[in-house]
Design a protein around this ligand. Structure first.
Ligand SMILES: Cc1ncc(COP(=O)(O)O)c(C=O)c1O
Length: 456
């Protein structure tokens, strides 16, 4: 077919240096921060006069507007210990959105609690607050709203439900560092906020890390103890007495120092993103059939991830289905050099871990006598399925504060592809296609999915 699209031999729009941008941005200040720890000889939270972890906790609490912050070794651990410190019991139910990273839904399992999934809102991609109440039972103890992609969830509605049913609210703030909801900072709105410092996040470390934030000093003390096998390290001497079961979940001082250095530049970077990203989104919004992320006026966006939905009918392509349209667009845009990707290829309840109930022993926690029966049927999450099937995301690349020129080229590439929509429609009608969750039943590796034509 005759076309100037790069996938048919035309010249790609995006320059090679803009296809994969640097993140995290590592500066001389970061290097010096890390190296200076090596000279102190103090590498863990238990070391006498350790400064970096304690400093990070102090600065993070200030950043989040909470009394306390506790440093941990991942965001997953932050979610787990939040549930543990709030005394979530075996068989308790914890409400989570059907679209997130799997850690949100796996965290309850560590406590032998049961994740209960709620479908998402089609525009914000956050938990649909209108569907939460129907999922609350006498076993429900907590809700974990996720500020997905960097957009704060509808926290007032969630807090109102929590008050009505006496539930705890644990914010998964991993993707919304620095985000604001009606003047409140993400991570300070619920009972506990959970953060990740992994290398993809807006305030990363040079490896893995996490934090919890809370206004409750008792909860903070409990989490400090859970991260060191149930010991209390607050006294002048270590006693080696464990008050409860815990594990070794500490952050290292070197990693804390790197994050403190990144934290100091966060607002400078965020202001640049606030300038770059809306310009890019406005350019894309000119094209029919693309739904770009919207920013409600009562909250800020941390721009962690941008999800675009594609609607073939609105693009004027009758007889083309959304899934194949998305697949054809991805092939064309990738060839032009736009680093579009997927974020989840199945609603979380469709993940094998939940479908096949692979957690502890013989199907625990689902088989515990305390647990209510739980069915994870994908038909209950139609919006999540639809969004997964008709959208693509840009992530990490636009976290780079200097992504402006790259974003301008991505927008140009979208416009070029839109000028060739008849070619895209032909490809969408003729290329093999199956929804990803069908193939997941038999194909497990990304490579197998690509070979089967499920992923472009
Ligand atoms: C929404 C969400 N929750 C939890 C996590 C888990 O964080 P970590 O990778 O630090 O364990 C992630 C990780 O990317 C995430 O995106």
């Amino acid at each position: 077919m005759k076309s100037d699209l790069a996938m048919y031999g035309g010249r790609p729009v995006v320059q090679p240096e803009h296809r994969r941008l640097e993140w995290p941005v590592v500066t001389q200040a970061d290097r010096e921060a890390v190296l200076s720890v090596l000279d102190t000889g103090k590498f863990t939270v238990g070391a006498k006069d350790e400064k970096e972890i304690h400093g990070l906790e102090r600065e993070w609490a200030e950043f989040s507007g909470t009394r306390e912050a506790v440093a941990l070794n991942s965001g997953t651990v932050a979610l787990h210990l939040a549930l543990a410190a709030l005394d979530i019991q075996p068989g308790d139910e914890v409400i989570v959105p059907a679209l997130s990273y799997v850690a949100t839904a796996m965290a309850p399992l560590y406590q032998l609690a049961i994740p209960v999934f709620v479908d998402i809102d089609p525009l914000t991609f956050n938990i649909d607050v209108n569907q939460i109440e129907a999922k609350i039972t006498e076993r429900t103890r907590a809700i974990i709203p996720v500020h997905l992609g960097g957009l704060p969830a509808d926290m007032d509605e969630i807090r109102a439900l929590a008050r009505k049913y006496n539930l705890l609210v644990i914010e998964d703030t991993v993707q919304a560092q620095g985000g604001k909801y009606r003047g409140e900072t993400c991570g300070s709105i619920g009972d506990i906020g959970c953060f990740s410092l992994n290398v993809e996040k807006s305030i990363p470390t040079c490896g893995e890390g996490g934090l919890v934030t809370t206004n409750d000093p008792e909860v903070a003390a409990k989490i400090r103890s859970l991260r060191v096998l149930g010991e209390d390290l607050s006294g002048p001497n270590r006693l080696y007495i464990s008050d409860c079961m815990g594990s070794n979940l500490k952050l290292s001082s070197v990693l804390a120092a790197f994050t403190r250095s990144q934290l100091a530049r966060f607002w400078e970077y965020q202001h640049k993103r606030d300038a770059n990203v809306p310009v890019f989104l406005d350019k894309l919004a000119e094209l029919p059939g693309i739904v770009v992320p919207k920013l409600p006026t009562d909250r800020t966006h941390s721009w962690h991830m941008l999800r675009f939905r594609f609607d073939p009918r609105a693009a004027g392509l009758d007889g083309v289905e959304a899934g194949p349209f998305r697949q054809a667009l991805r092939r064309a845009l990738l060839s032009e050099g736009v680093p579009l990707t997927f974020y989840q290829i199945v609603p979380l309840p469709g993940q094998p871990v939940f479908q096949e109930r692979r957690a502890y022993g013989k199907g625990y926690p689902w088989t515990l006598p305390e647990s209510r029966p739980q069915i994870y049927d994908l038909a209950d999450y139609p919006v999540t399925s639809q969004v997964i099937e008709d959208s693509l995301v840009l992530r990490r690349m636009h976290l780079n504060p200097d992504a402006g020129p790259a974003l301008a080229e991505y927008a140009e590439a979208f416009h070029k592809v839109w000028a060739n929509l008849d070619t895209i429609a032909h490809l969408a009608r003729t290329m093999p296609y199956a929804p990803p969750w069908d193939a997941m039943k038999t194909l497990r590796s990304g490579q197998q999915l690509v070979e089967a034509g499920v992923l472009a």
